[in-house]
Design a protein around this ligand. Structure first.
Ligand code: BES
Ligand code: MN
Ligand code: ZN
Length: 501
């Protein structure tokens, strides 16, 4: 049994060739076949779980009505000598529909149901070790920093340790290390999003990101409000000036190879809307308006941990959008970094203002690829719902990002940037306005705004995760309430794909 890494944010993950002797739960996958339920990937683990034991387990599960439907949970006492106290069967559905995302989802559902449990052992690794590890880790994720003893209940701590059955001692080591690194990156992004806005303001966010980057030996540069004003970052300064907590621009670089990828993430630590103030109902969800920043920071860190043979620079603008006597007004004109003048018609369309500065700055490094991630528009949710990110950009790269995202279960969907929308951003007084005079295609209008700042010839993708970055509904699969970490796994898949070119 080999521990993979120090436990920091989620359960400890390890590989094992046998069950127990002191495990609490054995988690097995149950398929729903034409001939009834069947235990998945069973014969791979003949030595840990022999035929007679499997037949006994299946009979016991049948007796209590288990069907193997996707995500169904059935918990039964373990037979004597198994090495675990109980057995949890998690449904996988029909065999021909079992893909990595189903395994991740079923593992996540199992992990969520095992709060209060010490050690689980699982055979789901026989189907897809990486997906099972991601699902267990993310399903067991909880954010308890702000829970005092007053709300602590016995047995409410998350699953502590998961052991993945492997056929031989050396099998799966690399796969588990990679899956754990990716899952930890998702958890890092979730932690940032879940940290409340009174504690995570621009300077603090930048310092926390710099500290994580420092432990990995990455290059870090932080521009404070004075530097930002001097260097002409008019978008970041304009959005930040209503707050007593001034804005920042942080740049983190991991140098691993010749090909250069620029990542940009929207880091609005809280979005009141500014003078164009939002309604009170639901405003608390605007703590998630730095979800894009959280994702690109976490991704840059994991690119370094995985040693990808590319260079990744995260350029992350951070500001708090507040109304006050010093706030920018609707009607103000600001100058984006690089010189474009903007009429700020609506102070609530602030994300594009800070992103445009960051995109121009990132473009100065001559990246081959540029990806920006933002909780940018409510229109993203109108178009695609709460779980499907919209991806826009240069067509080929946009489609590649969407395909890779669908491959990891984050399911970004390609959207167009219709040329006629550009004229809707014309301003009488400045080079451009920050909003269109109508409400149609709001996600695409925001993408059209950003397009103006992307250098010619760069492969570009803009990912709008307004809904997907933050789960305000109930838990599902491997996703709990609050920060989801979307689209970290998409970004890791894209960087890995670029690294393999
Ligand atoms: N942060 C919001 C977008 C958002 C809305 C994210 C809901 C997550 C959930 C963004 O800054 C915003 O306010 N956008 C405006 C743009 C409009 C003024 C053109 C919007 O979507 O209403
Ligand atoms: Mn806004
Ligand atoms: Zn916003």
């Amino acid at each position: 049994m080999t521990a993979v890494a120090d436990r920091s944010l989620g359960p400890e993950l390890a590989r094992t060739e046998s069950i127990g002797p002191d495990a609490d739960v054995l988690v097995i996958g149950l398929l729903s076949t034409d001939d009834g339920p069947a235990i998945a990937a069973a014969d791979i683990f003949d030595s840990a779980l022999d035929v007679a034991t499997r037949e006994g387990l299946l009979a016991a599960l049948l007796a209590v009505g288990a069907k193997g439907k996707a995500e169904e949970l059935t918990r039964i006492p373990a037979p004597d000598g198994l090495g675990a106290t109980s057995v949890l069967a998690v449904g996988l559905g029909a065999p021909d529909r079992v893909d990595a995302e189903q395994i991740r989802t079923s593992a996540g559902v199992a992990a969520r149901s095992l709060a209060g449990v010490g050690t689980a052992v699982t055979t789901l690794s026989g189907l897809d070790l990486g997906a099972a590890a991601e699902g267990f880790y993310l399903g067991a994720y909880t954010f308890t920093t702000y829970k005092s003893d007053k709300s602590a209940k016995p047995g409410d701590q998350p699953l502590q340790r998961v052991e993945f059955l492997v056929p031989t001692a050396d099998a799966g080591a690399e796969e588990l290390t990679r899956a754990q690194a990716i899952a930890e990156a998702v958890a890092t992004a979730r932690d940032f999003v879940n940290t409340p806005p009174n504690d995570l303001f621009p300077a603090e966010f930048a310092d926390r990101a710099a500290e994580l980057a420092g432990t990995l030996g990455l290059d870090v540069e932080i521009l404070d409000e004075k530097h930002l004003a001097e260097a002409g970052f008019g978008g970041i300064v304009g959005v930040g000036k209503g707050s007593s907590r001034p804005p920042r621009l942080i740049r983190i670089t991991y140098s691993g190879g010749d090909r250069k990828v620029a990542l940009i993430g929207k880091g609005i630590t809280f979005d009141t809307g500014g003078i164009s103030i939002k309604p009170a109902a639901g405003m608390e969800n605007m703590t998630s308006d730095m979800g894009g920043a959280a994702a690109v920071i976490a991704t840059t860190l994991v690119a370094a941990r995985l040693g990808l043979p590319i260079t990744v620079t995260a350029t992350v603008p951070m500001a708090e959008n507040m109304p006050s006597a010093t706030a920018q007004r609707p009607g103000d004109v600001l100058t984006q970094y690089g010189g474009t003048t903007i009429e700020v018609v609506n102070t609530d369309a602030e994300g594009r203002l800070i992103l445009a500065d960051a995109i121009v700055r990132a473009g100065e490094d001559d990246p081959d690829y540029l990806i920006d991630v933002a909780t940018l528009t409510g229109a993203q949710m109108v178009a695609l719902g709460t779980r499907t990110p919209g991806v826009m950009g240069t067509e080929e790269f946009r489609d590649r990002v969407a395909r890779l995202s669908q491959g990891v279960g984050e399911n970004a969907w390609a959207m167009p940037l219709p040329a006629e929308l550009r004229a809707d951003l014309n301003s009488k007084i400045a080079d451009m306005a920050n909003v269109s005079p109508h409400r149609w295609g709001g996600m695409l209008v925001a993408g059209t705004y950003l397009k103006e700042f992307v250098p010619e010839g760069v492969q570009w993708a803009h990912i709008d995760v307004a809904g997907p970055a933050y789960n305000t509904g109930g838990p599902f699969g491997y996703t709990g309430k609050g920060g989801t970490g979307v689209p970290v796994r998409t970004l890791v898949a894209v960087l890995s794909d670029i690294a393999g070119e």
